[in-house]
Design a binder for this molecule. Structure first.
Ligand SMILES: [Fe+2]
Length: 206
C-alpha cells in the first residue's frame, strides 16, 4: 500500500490535472510553485462514510476516497449554527494553503462534500472563490446573479464579500474550490453567515 504522502500526492496530481484542463481555474489563479507536504493529523468526521460510500469514477473523487480516513477534515460551523443533520453530512479538507495538507502562502484549495438535501446557507468572505463541481451537483446562488444548477465540470466564481449560498437537492456535491486575494488566509470559520437569511430566500441587493 502506498504511504501517506504518496496517497496525498496522487490526490494533488489528480486535482492538478483537473486544474490544467479547466480554463476558468487556470484564469483564477496560478498553481502554486512550491508545495511542502505537512503530514496531517487525521481528523475524522461522520461524512467520511458518505464520501467513501459514493460510487463515482472521477479521479479526484477516487483519490479523495483513498485518503478520506487519514485526512484532516474540517467543518467551519457548529451544531448550534447549522444543526445536527448538516454537521453529520458535510466536511472539507484544505488540500493546499496556509494551513493545508500542502503548505503555500500563494493560493488556497479545498475539497468539500455536502450531502443531498443540505442547504449551505448564505455567507460571505473577503477572499475571492471559485468552485468546480467534481461529482454530483447543486444549485449555486449569489447576490446579484441568477441561480444556476451546476453539474460535473462546471464552475462558479464568487467575488470578494459577495454573499452566496449552495442548495443540494436530490444528489450530494463534491467540489474543488480555490481562494485567492486579500483574506485568502483567513480562517474559514470567519466567513460571515447571515442567519436571518433562511435558505431559499434571497438577500437584499445593495
Ligand atoms: Fe464561500
Amino acid at each position: 500500500m502506498a504511504n501517506i504522502q504518496q496517497r496525498f500526492d496522487r490526490l494533488l496530481a489528480c486535482c492538478r490535472d483537473l486544474y490544467e484542463a479547466t480554463p476558468d481555474l487556470r484564469d483564477f489563479a496560478s498553481w502554486p510553485g512550491e508545495l511542502q507536504f505537512a503530514v496531517p493529523e487525521a481528523v475524522i468526521v461522520p461524512a467520511i462514510d458518505l464520501v467513501k460510500g459514493w460510487k463515482n469514477h472521477h479521479p479526484v473523487h477516487l483519490a479523495l476516497q483513498d485518503v478520506a480516513d487519514i485526512a484532516a477534515w474540517q467543518r467551519s460551523y457548529t451544531e448550534n449554527q447549522v444543526g445536527q443533520q448538516f454537521m453529520k453530512s458535510y466536511g472539507f479538507i484544505e488540500l493546499f494553503g496556509p494551513t493545508g495538507h500542502y503548505l503555500t502562502a500563494d493560493v488556497r484549495a479545498f475539497i468539500g462534500y455536502w450531502g443531498a438535501g443540505l442547504a449551505y446557507d448564505w455567507h460571505q468572505h473577503e477572499a475571492e472563490e471559485i468552485y468546480f463541481v467534481v461529482s454530483g451537483g447543486a444549485l449555486f446562488r449569489a447576490q446579484g446573479e441568477a441561480d444556476r444548477y451546476l453539474g460535473p465540470g462546471e464552475t462558479r466564481q464568487h467575488k470578494s464579500n459577495q454573499p452566496h449560498a449552495i442548495t443540494m437537492t436530490d444528489e450530494p456535491l463534491l467540489a474543488f474550490a480555490m481562494w485567492r486575494g486579500p483574506g485568502m488566509a483567513d480562517p474559514t470559520s470567519q466567513a460571515n453567515r447571515f442567519s436571518d437569511w433562511s435558505a431559499g430566500s434571497q438577500p437584499e441587493i445593495g
